[in-house]
Design a protein around this ligand. Structure first.
Ligand code: SF4
Length: 258
Protein backbone atom coordinates (compact mmCIF):
# COMPACT_ATOMS: atom_id res chain seq x y z
CA UNK A 1 0.00 0.00 0.00
CA UNK A 2 1.22 3.45 -0.87
CA UNK A 3 1.12 5.79 2.13
CA UNK A 4 2.19 9.41 1.88
CA UNK A 5 1.58 11.17 5.18
CA UNK A 6 2.42 14.79 5.89
CA UNK A 7 4.92 14.62 8.72
CA UNK A 8 4.37 18.13 10.04
CA UNK A 9 1.53 20.45 11.03
CA UNK A 10 2.59 23.17 8.59
CA UNK A 11 3.87 21.93 5.24
CA UNK A 12 5.00 23.44 1.98
CA UNK A 13 4.54 25.78 0.34
CA UNK A 14 3.75 23.48 -2.55
CA UNK A 15 2.45 24.25 -6.00
CA UNK A 16 -1.12 23.00 -6.32
CA UNK A 17 -2.73 22.38 -9.70
CA UNK A 18 -5.94 23.85 -8.40
CA UNK A 19 -4.90 26.48 -5.88
CA UNK A 20 -1.50 27.93 -6.85
CA UNK A 21 1.29 28.41 -4.26
CA UNK A 22 -0.21 26.83 -1.20
CA UNK A 23 0.97 26.55 2.39
CA UNK A 24 -0.62 23.51 4.00
CA UNK A 25 -2.07 23.17 7.49
CA UNK A 26 -2.45 19.60 8.74
CA UNK A 27 -4.65 19.43 11.85
CA UNK A 28 -4.36 15.66 12.06
CA UNK A 29 -1.52 13.57 13.58
CA UNK A 30 1.91 13.79 11.96
CA UNK A 31 2.32 10.01 11.96
CA UNK A 32 -1.19 8.68 11.34
CA UNK A 33 -4.52 9.40 9.69
CA UNK A 34 -7.94 10.34 11.08
CA UNK A 35 -10.89 10.66 8.71
CA UNK A 36 -14.62 10.07 8.50
CA UNK A 37 -14.05 8.67 5.02
CA UNK A 38 -11.59 5.99 3.93
CA UNK A 39 -11.37 6.80 0.22
CA UNK A 40 -9.83 4.23 -2.09
CA UNK A 41 -7.74 7.00 -3.68
CA UNK A 42 -6.63 8.79 -0.50
CA UNK A 43 -3.06 10.03 -0.86
CA UNK A 44 -2.62 9.65 2.90
CA UNK A 45 -3.35 5.92 2.63
CA UNK A 46 -6.06 3.79 4.22
CA UNK A 47 -7.38 4.43 7.73
CA UNK A 48 -6.17 0.94 8.66
CA UNK A 49 -2.64 2.33 9.06
CA UNK A 50 -3.87 3.76 12.38
CA UNK A 51 -4.01 7.17 13.99
CA UNK A 52 -0.33 7.32 14.98
CA UNK A 53 1.13 8.42 18.29
CA UNK A 54 1.55 12.20 18.08
CA UNK A 55 -2.11 13.13 18.55
CA UNK A 56 -3.64 16.30 17.16
CA UNK A 57 -1.70 19.58 17.37
CA UNK A 58 -3.18 22.03 19.88
CA UNK A 59 -4.73 25.32 18.76
CA UNK A 60 -1.74 27.22 20.19
CA UNK A 61 0.79 24.92 18.48
CA UNK A 62 -0.88 25.50 15.12
CA UNK A 63 -0.84 29.26 15.67
CA UNK A 64 2.81 29.40 16.76
CA UNK A 65 4.03 27.16 13.93
CA UNK A 66 2.06 29.02 11.27
CA UNK A 67 3.20 32.41 12.55
CA UNK A 68 6.85 31.31 12.40
CA UNK A 69 6.45 30.02 8.86
CA UNK A 70 4.59 33.07 7.56
CA UNK A 71 7.11 35.42 9.20
CA UNK A 72 10.00 33.52 7.56
CA UNK A 73 8.32 33.51 4.15
CA UNK A 74 7.44 37.18 4.41
CA UNK A 75 11.00 38.12 5.39
CA UNK A 76 12.34 36.11 2.43
CA UNK A 77 9.95 37.86 0.02
CA UNK A 78 8.21 34.62 -0.92
CA UNK A 79 4.79 34.81 -2.55
CA UNK A 80 1.76 32.93 -1.26
CA UNK A 81 -1.61 32.41 -2.93
CA UNK A 82 -3.39 30.35 -0.34
CA UNK A 83 -3.24 28.75 3.09
CA UNK A 84 -4.91 25.36 2.72
CA UNK A 85 -6.28 23.08 5.39
CA UNK A 86 -5.73 19.51 4.22
CA UNK A 87 -3.29 16.79 5.31
CA UNK A 88 -3.69 13.47 7.08
CA UNK A 89 -7.47 13.31 7.26
CA UNK A 90 -10.54 15.49 7.76
CA UNK A 91 -9.58 18.90 9.23
CA UNK A 92 -13.04 19.65 10.65
CA UNK A 93 -12.58 16.74 13.09
CA UNK A 94 -10.23 18.89 15.15
CA UNK A 95 -12.13 19.88 18.34
CA UNK A 96 -10.80 23.48 18.08
CA UNK A 97 -11.38 23.81 14.35
CA UNK A 98 -13.44 27.01 14.68
CA UNK A 99 -10.87 28.76 16.88
CA UNK A 100 -8.02 27.65 14.64
CA UNK A 101 -9.80 29.12 11.63
CA UNK A 102 -10.03 32.46 13.46
CA UNK A 103 -6.32 32.34 14.32
CA UNK A 104 -5.32 31.48 10.76
CA UNK A 105 -7.44 34.26 9.27
CA UNK A 106 -5.86 36.72 11.69
CA UNK A 107 -2.31 35.57 10.80
CA UNK A 108 -3.14 35.69 7.09
CA UNK A 109 -4.38 39.27 7.52
CA UNK A 110 -1.10 40.23 9.24
CA UNK A 111 1.35 38.66 6.80
CA UNK A 112 -0.35 37.95 3.48
CA UNK A 113 -3.66 39.85 3.35
CA UNK A 114 -4.09 39.01 -0.33
CA UNK A 115 -3.82 35.25 0.24
CA UNK A 116 -6.94 33.09 0.47
CA UNK A 117 -7.76 30.63 3.22
CA UNK A 118 -9.07 27.35 1.82
CA UNK A 119 -10.42 24.25 3.51
CA UNK A 120 -10.54 20.88 1.78
CA UNK A 121 -13.26 18.95 3.59
CA UNK A 122 -15.21 15.81 2.87
CA UNK A 123 -18.43 17.56 3.98
CA UNK A 124 -19.36 14.85 6.48
CA UNK A 125 -19.29 17.26 9.44
CA UNK A 126 -21.68 19.91 8.17
CA UNK A 127 -24.26 18.77 10.73
CA UNK A 128 -22.22 20.65 13.37
CA UNK A 129 -22.96 24.34 13.88
CA UNK A 130 -19.37 25.16 14.92
CA UNK A 131 -18.00 23.58 11.73
CA UNK A 132 -20.47 25.47 9.53
CA UNK A 133 -19.73 28.76 11.32
CA UNK A 134 -15.99 28.26 10.79
CA UNK A 135 -16.35 27.33 7.14
CA UNK A 136 -18.52 30.38 6.51
CA UNK A 137 -15.55 32.58 7.49
CA UNK A 138 -13.01 31.16 5.02
CA UNK A 139 -12.54 32.22 1.40
CA UNK A 140 -12.77 28.82 -0.25
CA UNK A 141 -14.84 25.97 1.09
CA UNK A 142 -13.84 23.11 -1.15
CA UNK A 143 -16.27 20.35 -0.25
CA UNK A 144 -16.26 16.82 -1.56
CA UNK A 145 -19.09 15.15 -3.44
CA UNK A 146 -17.77 12.17 -5.44
CA UNK A 147 -21.16 10.69 -6.27
CA UNK A 148 -24.83 11.42 -5.67
CA UNK A 149 -25.53 7.69 -5.32
CA UNK A 150 -25.17 6.14 -1.86
CA UNK A 151 -23.90 2.78 -3.13
CA UNK A 152 -21.06 4.45 -5.04
CA UNK A 153 -20.02 6.58 -2.07
CA UNK A 154 -20.04 3.43 0.07
CA UNK A 155 -17.63 1.76 -2.38
CA UNK A 156 -15.44 4.74 -3.26
CA UNK A 157 -15.31 6.97 -0.18
CA UNK A 158 -16.24 4.33 2.41
CA UNK A 159 -17.79 6.53 5.13
CA UNK A 160 -16.98 5.45 8.67
CA UNK A 161 -20.11 7.12 10.07
CA UNK A 162 -23.01 4.69 10.49
CA UNK A 163 -25.69 7.30 9.68
CA UNK A 164 -24.13 8.62 6.46
CA UNK A 165 -26.48 9.53 3.62
CA UNK A 166 -25.68 11.36 0.38
CA UNK A 167 -29.09 13.08 0.44
CA UNK A 168 -28.22 14.65 3.82
CA UNK A 169 -24.85 15.85 2.51
CA UNK A 170 -26.42 17.36 -0.61
CA UNK A 171 -29.02 19.12 1.54
CA UNK A 172 -26.31 20.57 3.80
CA UNK A 173 -24.16 21.57 0.83
CA UNK A 174 -27.16 23.38 -0.64
CA UNK A 175 -27.24 25.61 2.44
CA UNK A 176 -23.74 26.80 1.48
CA UNK A 177 -24.79 27.34 -2.13
CA UNK A 178 -22.40 29.69 -3.91
CA UNK A 179 -20.26 29.97 -0.77
CA UNK A 180 -18.82 26.56 -1.59
CA UNK A 181 -16.87 24.89 -4.34
CA UNK A 182 -17.84 21.26 -4.86
CA UNK A 183 -14.94 18.96 -5.66
CA UNK A 184 -15.54 15.65 -7.40
CA UNK A 185 -12.91 12.95 -7.94
CA UNK A 186 -13.64 11.02 -11.13
CA UNK A 187 -12.26 7.53 -11.53
CA UNK A 188 -13.06 3.99 -12.44
CA UNK A 189 -11.67 0.62 -11.52
CA UNK A 190 -12.30 -2.17 -9.09
CA UNK A 191 -11.67 -2.99 -5.47
CA UNK A 192 -12.36 -6.13 -3.49
CA UNK A 193 -14.25 -7.67 -6.41
CA UNK A 194 -16.54 -4.64 -6.86
CA UNK A 195 -16.57 -2.44 -9.95
CA UNK A 196 -16.39 1.31 -9.30
CA UNK A 197 -17.12 3.91 -11.97
CA UNK A 198 -18.52 7.36 -11.24
CA UNK A 199 -18.24 8.45 -14.88
CA UNK A 200 -21.26 6.53 -16.22
CA UNK A 201 -24.27 8.39 -17.66
CA UNK A 202 -26.30 7.50 -14.59
CA UNK A 203 -23.62 8.85 -12.25
CA UNK A 204 -23.14 12.08 -14.19
CA UNK A 205 -26.89 12.67 -14.45
CA UNK A 206 -27.30 12.24 -10.69
CA UNK A 207 -24.32 14.50 -10.02
CA UNK A 208 -25.79 17.18 -12.28
CA UNK A 209 -29.06 17.01 -10.34
CA UNK A 210 -27.11 17.39 -7.09
CA UNK A 211 -25.03 20.31 -8.41
CA UNK A 212 -28.23 22.03 -9.59
CA UNK A 213 -29.69 21.66 -6.11
CA UNK A 214 -26.51 22.85 -4.35
CA UNK A 215 -25.78 25.74 -6.77
CA UNK A 216 -22.07 25.98 -5.80
CA UNK A 217 -19.85 28.81 -7.04
CA UNK A 218 -18.18 26.15 -9.16
CA UNK A 219 -17.49 22.45 -9.50
CA UNK A 220 -13.91 21.17 -9.59
CA UNK A 221 -13.49 17.90 -11.48
CA UNK A 222 -10.23 16.07 -11.10
CA UNK A 223 -8.80 12.59 -11.25
CA UNK A 224 -6.00 10.55 -9.72
CA UNK A 225 -2.64 12.31 -9.75
CA UNK A 226 -0.47 10.04 -7.61
CA UNK A 227 -0.36 6.42 -6.51
CA UNK A 228 -3.43 5.34 -4.58
CA UNK A 229 -3.68 2.91 -1.66
CA UNK A 230 -6.10 0.76 -3.68
CA UNK A 231 -4.64 -0.80 -6.79
CA UNK A 232 -6.64 -1.21 -10.00
CA UNK A 233 -7.97 2.35 -10.07
CA UNK A 234 -7.84 4.14 -13.40
CA UNK A 235 -7.21 7.83 -14.00
CA UNK A 236 -9.82 9.61 -16.10
CA UNK A 237 -8.10 11.56 -18.86
CA UNK A 238 -8.19 15.35 -19.06
CA UNK A 239 -10.01 15.02 -22.38
CA UNK A 240 -12.77 12.95 -20.79
CA UNK A 241 -12.98 15.29 -17.79
CA UNK A 242 -13.50 18.16 -20.19
CA UNK A 243 -16.32 16.29 -21.94
CA UNK A 244 -18.01 15.64 -18.59
CA UNK A 245 -17.47 19.30 -17.67
CA UNK A 246 -19.24 20.37 -20.86
CA UNK A 247 -22.29 18.29 -19.92
CA UNK A 248 -22.38 19.89 -16.48
CA UNK A 249 -22.03 23.39 -17.95
CA UNK A 250 -25.16 22.79 -20.04
CA UNK A 251 -27.03 22.76 -16.71
CA UNK A 252 -25.69 26.26 -15.97
CA UNK A 253 -22.99 25.17 -13.52
CA UNK A 254 -19.49 26.66 -13.68
CA UNK A 255 -16.85 23.90 -13.88
CA UNK A 256 -13.09 23.70 -13.84
CA UNK A 257 -11.01 20.61 -14.48
CA UNK A 258 -7.59 19.85 -13.06
S1 SF4 B 1 -11.84 12.45 2.63
FE1 SF4 B 1 -9.80 13.09 2.02
S2 SF4 B 1 -8.47 12.57 3.76
FE2 SF4 B 1 -10.40 11.47 4.04
S3 SF4 B 1 -10.02 9.46 3.13
FE3 SF4 B 1 -10.95 10.76 1.55
S4 SF4 B 1 -9.23 11.64 0.41
FE4 SF4 B 1 -8.44 10.85 2.37
Amino acid sequence: MQTVLFHSTIFGPIHSRRLGTSLGVNLMPNDGKVCTFDCLYCEAGFNAQGTGTTGLPSRSEVSVLLKEKLADMHAAGDCLDVITFSGNGEPTLHPDFEGIIDDVISLRDSYYPEAKVSVLSNATRLYRDDVVRALERVDNNILKLDSAIDETVELLDRPTLSAFSVADVIERLSRFGDRCIVQTMMLRGSYDGQVIDNTTDKEINELIKAYCKIKPSEVMLYSIDRKTPAQHLEKVSQEELMKIADRIRLAGIKVQTA
